[in-house]
Ligand binder design. Structure first.
Ligand SMILES: [Fe+2]
Length: 216
């Protein structure tokens, strides 16, 4: 079953326009130990603001949108839990707007939503974030292109040179059918990028709970 997680999308996928210019075309090479020396992770951990709650509640006001919990387990290919893994997420708010000055989408910034968070897996490999269901947003890839609701994940194992960047999607989002980034993944692996509604553990009042397990 874990085999289904072993596929990465191709570096070059022609329907995803921005990667026409930036996808690597030359053969990869291993970064040498000399460059890798001096534990990037230590420096990184110091600079990381660990905060797994993206909701701000300024003046006791709720952020706009559906409050959700994303939780899951990080395991290796043999199913062993991985502790101390740094997980960083960033996302648009409920109206599809990033807290980023380069975001030109005509939608509102929510003062009660941070849009960025980071945490570490515990001894049993578990992590959790409190956040908001992100909105879809338009982008210039093709005519009338909209990204499906998604959360960006950056997962760092032993050091910063070895990180996995991926995106998590939500069940039954019709925009998934039209998204070249999602569709650059081989069909049989796409489900592994969609969070599952955690019906059994949906016990936190006012939050929809989703499960998203990650295999490194
Ligand atoms: Fe995005």
């Amino acid at each position: 079953m874990l085999k289904s997680y072993l596929s990465n999308p191709p570096h070059f996928f022609k329907d995803y326009k921005s990667n026409i210019n930036r996808a690597p075309r030359k053969k990869f090479f291993q970064i040498t130990k000399a460059i890798n020396k001096g534990s990037g992770l230590k420096v990184l951990s110091k600079n990381f603001d660990m905060n797994n709650n993206l909701l701000l509640f300024k003046k006791n006001k709720n952020p706009i949108g559906q409050k959700i919990i994303i939780k899951g387990k990080v395991i290796d290919r043999s199913g062993n839990p991985l502790k101390g893994i740094i997980i960083e997420i960033w996302q648009a708010n409920a109206s599809g707007k990033y807290r980023d000055e380069n975001d030109t989408h005509d939608a509102a910034i929510d003062p009660n939503f941070l849009g960025y968070g980071a945490t570490k897996t515990n001894y049993n490999g578990y992590y959790k974030f409190k956040t908001i269901l992100p909105g879809a947003y338009p982008w210039g890839n093709h005519k009338n292109a909209w990204r499906p609701k998604h959360i960006h994940f950056s997962i760092i194992n032993e050091n910063i040179f070895n990180r996995l960047c991926t995106q998590m999607y939500f069940p039954n989002d019709f925009l998934l059918n039209y998204d070249p980034i999602f569709n650059s993944i081989a069909k049989k692996y796409r489900n592994s990028l969609i969070a599952k509604f955690d019906k059994k553990n949906n016990i936190v009042p006012n939050y929809l709970v989703f499960n998203f397990d990650i295999v490194l």
